[in-house]
Design a protein around this ligand. Sequence first.
Ligand SMILES: NC(=O)c1ccc[n+]([C@@H]2O[C@H](COP(=O)([O-])OP(=O)(O)OC[C@H]3O[C@@H](n4cnc5c(N)ncnc54)[C@H](OP(=O)(O)O)[C@@H]3O)[C@@H](O)[C@H]2O)c1
Length: 255
Amino acid sequence: MALAQGLHESKTCRKQDITLTRRNTTSLLEYQKQGFKISSSNSASILHADTIFICVLPQQLNELLEEIKQTIDPKKQLIVSVVTGAHTDVFKKVIGKSCRIIRAMPNTAMKVRESMTCLSASNATAKDLQLVQSLFNTMGSSIVIEEEMMSAATALCACGIAFFLRTIRAASQGGVEIGFHAGDALKIAAQTALGAAKLLTENKTHPEQEIDKVTSPKGCTIAGLNEMEHQGLSSAMIKGIRLSSQIANSLYNSK
Ligand SMILES: NC(=O)c1ccc[n+]([C@@H]2O[C@H](COP(=O)([O-])OP(=O)(O)OC[C@H]3O[C@@H](n4cnc5c(N)ncnc54)[C@H](OP(=O)(O)O)[C@@H]3O)[C@@H](O)[C@H]2O)c1
């Protein structure tokens, strides 16, 4: 839904030209009231579409592709897939035709227009890629990567939201332990995390450059930071990202 809103708000598409599909359309009724078209039939919905966004779970992909494969016209239609772990070869194999496909790995911060989206293209034109990148740029930032890096992108970008949220929760729990009420602690932790990220994106600096600015000799910041590292802070994050990437790569099961 965030994607559909983004398409409309970026003025790439009018609401009435976007059809949202689900097998059960009950939860789409509010979007119908807003002006989007809704349907439970994928094949009917893509009949006159020039771009098809596929946003189902990996285990739901084959059934969906089987439903639409007769209707897809590779010359006319571009496919944009956000399905984790589904390589473009899967689409070619199940659809049986060579399609123009762009894989996208955004994150839930699309809803606040702060997503990081990684894109990879297969058989798509430069114009296709430009169109899709400009769409995702209205919901944050994006980069184009090789398809082999999409599972890594899933870990760092899509799962990454949860990793950083957990670190914010941990910071707020620490804040409560040293005397803040829970609400204040969370507000302080979240805004501090936002500030840290903005220092990097706006100053274009490396984290250690910013850390050096706040760690005075024998001071409290370096003491806290080193204790966290002794407890495995960086190592835990690196190992978690590595495991997520491995699992993301195996989520789509062709059987
Ligand atoms: N959430 C994220 O942060 C994120 C980020 C990047 C990529 N992704 C990827 O995006 C995909 C969707 O994730 P999600 O979190 O949005 O999952 P989700 O909440 O489970 O959504 C899947 C949707 O697909 C619909 N669906 C399933 N089969 C369908 C079919 N045959 N025809 C039409 N609609 C169908 C489901 O509705 P019905 O059951 O009513 O049909 C449901 O609305 C996944 O592959 C995920 O890995 C997610």
